[in-house]
Ligand binder design. Structure first.
Ligand SMILES: C[S@@+](CC[C@H](N)C(=O)[O-])C[C@H]1O[C@@H](n2cnc3c(N)ncnc32)[C@H](O)[C@@H]1O
Length: 263
């Protein structure tokens, strides 16, 4: 297990996630709205990266903690929060073993972060434990039908097989899976599908920019050597198929599932 976590740390600290996270910043705003964060509430952002949800939660008046496996990303979040004068506690830790007391938070959120903890049931139990009765968990995960689902499937064909204990992250983008994971503790579920659209001058330009910065692809490139060009072609084809622009630019819709789990 520790080997897997070390590999995850290496993957997510590679590249420049902080810059890429700006392209999906609106998701953090939406999840904080749907979680119903109000001034004075204790809020945990699980697998916070550079704070896409933690920062709007603090802006809404929450007493916010951001937790992530990767210290370099927490540093990025610290810098962003300091630039806006917001106070957030940044904690290095694992979504499967949250270092907090039962019921320590009123709201627990995660945008595209909890989905990468390999043991989904364990992550769900931990989020529910630290949130406690009466609290709300709100999560966002890419859907299997969306363009990120396609990208994950293409990339998986070039990656070593995952260990037995790891479930596919994309499962979190289905309502059934969310119900299964939280069924024992939830009193109600609400689901919404949304799209966050990436706009760029061209598909090729954005792909090259993305390959330099997205940790999983930075890692795949160094592992695959020359074979990486095949994967690059496949991603290009996925994005060109999904592109909604007809003027040579890129408008790439990326669908995600927003889940609100009331405890
Ligand atoms: C795609 S990024 C999402 C970051 C951020 N929530 C956002 O919306 O920009 C995935 C994040 O999950 C974190 N992560 C992966 N596995 C984790 C785990 N087991 N515990 C905590 N964080 C984890 C990574 O370090 C990375 O910051």
């Amino acid at each position: 297990m520790e080997e897997f976590k070390q590999a995850q740390r290496a993957i997510w600290s590679a590249g420049d996630y902080s810059t890429l996270s700006e392209y999906i910043a609106e998701v953090g705003e939406l999840v904080i709205d749907r979680a119903g964060v109000e001034p004075g509430m204790r809020v945990l952002d699980v697998a916070c990266g550079t704070g896409n949800a933690a920062i709007p939660a603090a802006r809404a008046g929450g007493l916010v903690t951001g937790l992530d496996l990767v210290p370099e990303l927490l540093d990025g979040g610290r810098r962003k929060a300091a630039a806006t004068g917001l106070e957030i506690d940044w904690v290095e830790g694992d979504a499967e073993e949250l270092p907090f007391e039962e019921g320590a938070f009123d709201r627990v959120v995660s945008t595209f972060g909890h989905m990468f903890a390999p043991r989904h049931q364990r992550a769900a139990e931990e989020m529910a434990r630290v949130c406690g009765k009466g609290g709300v968990i709100a999560t966002c995960a890419w859907t299997p039908e969306g363009t990120v689902g396609d990208l994950f499937r293409a990339s998986a064909a070039y990656a070593p097989p995952p260990p037995d204990f790891a479930s596919p992250p994309i499962l979190w983008g289905t309502e059934d899976h969310v119900r299964d994971m939280f069924g024992a503790t939830a009193s109600a579920f609400e689901f919404e599908r949304h799209v966050v659209t990436i706009a760029a001058e061209s598909t090729e330009d954005f792909l090259d920019f993305f390959i330099e910065r997205f940790g999983p692809l930075v890692t795949a490139r160094s592992m695959l050597g020359e074979r990486f060009s095949e994967l690059r072609e496949q991603i290009l084809a996925i994005w060109e198929r999904a592109n909604e622009a007809d003027d040579g630019s890129l408008r790439l819709p990326q669908e995600y599932l927003l889940s609100v789990i009331r405890l």
